[in-house]
Design a protein around this ligand. Structure first.
Ligand SMILES: C[S@@+](CC[C@H](N)C(=O)[O-])C[C@H]1O[C@@H](n2cnc3c(N)ncnc32)[C@H](O)[C@@H]1O
Length: 221
């Protein structure tokens, strides 16, 4: 947890880190924001490339990461960024895909993975069915409690709430069924799970015909 305190995104950082392959040489984060996850990756990967469209996000990310020599923050629109092919052992994106054309981006991310490389996505989800709506209500209680414990307040500051209201107006939140259908097509074998705090996670490993595994994945919520 850094200057931003507890958030529903960084709540899941520890879970996502479990999927970083051992001996990770090169990692990519898409939509890195102020860089908190990229800094965690820096401790596990030889080199981290983290990109974001917002110059303010990149400015803050660089300022907070001065001591991390192996992280490179790049100001770029991921939809026009030239993904190198078969380059990354780990690619991730947190709370960003709902801004973007997902099909096109998933193909680019997949093709940028090295053999046995791992792709991890966590993003906001559109709820479907009774079970998920019950989870939404539970999530409200859990996030309020955690925010109170870690940040000393029940809700995010008004400026953040306002930004989220504006933010929500332009975005598209896929349901888990929609994400699974897309993943079955583009990322066969991936695992999509609905999480408590209005998010889903997607894990995919680029399989090659080699049965030995160097990845540990013990899931938790
Ligand atoms: C909701 S924020 C999440 C930031 C960070 N991943 C986190 O967990 O706190 C979404 C981020 O995606 C970035 N973003 C949106 N569209 C993008 C694009 N086309 N290319 C790169 N980054 C983009 C935004 O600037 C923003 O920093």
């Amino acid at each position: 947890m850094d200057e931003e305190g507890w958030t529903a995104n960084n709540h899941y950082h520890r879970l996502l880190l479990r999927y970083v392959p051992r001996n990770c040489q090169k990692a990519l984060e898409i939509g890195c924001g102020t860089g908190s996850f990229a800094r965690l990756l820096a401790g596990r990967c030889k080199r981290v490339v983290a990109i974001d469209l917002s110059s303010e996000m990149i400015r803050v990310a660089r300022a907070r990461s001065a001591q991390f020599e192996n992280v490179e923050f790049e100001l770029a629109d991921v939809m026009t960024w030239e993904f190198p092919r078969s380059q990354f052992d780990f690619i991730c994106s947190i709370a960003t895909l709902h801004h973007l054309e997902q099909r096109e981006l998933l193909v680019k991310m997949r093709d940028a993975l090295r053999p046995r490389g791992v792709l991890v996505i966590m993003d906001l989800v559109g709820s479907q069915g009774l079970r998920e709506r019950v989870l939404d209500v539970l999530g409200l209680g859990v996030s309020g409690t955690l925010r109170l414990i870690y940040n000393g307040r029940l809700q995010p500051p008004p400026a953040v709430r306002k930004a989220w209201e504006q933010h929500g107006k332009q975005d598209h939140y896929s349901t888990t069924n929609q994400i699974r259908a897309l993943a079955d097509e583009i990322l066969p074998g991936s695992i999509v799970k609905r999480r408590l705090l209005w998010r889903y996670t997607l894990f995919f490993r680029n399989h090659i015909p080699d049965t030995s595994s160097s990845m540990t994945c013990k899931e938790e919520d």
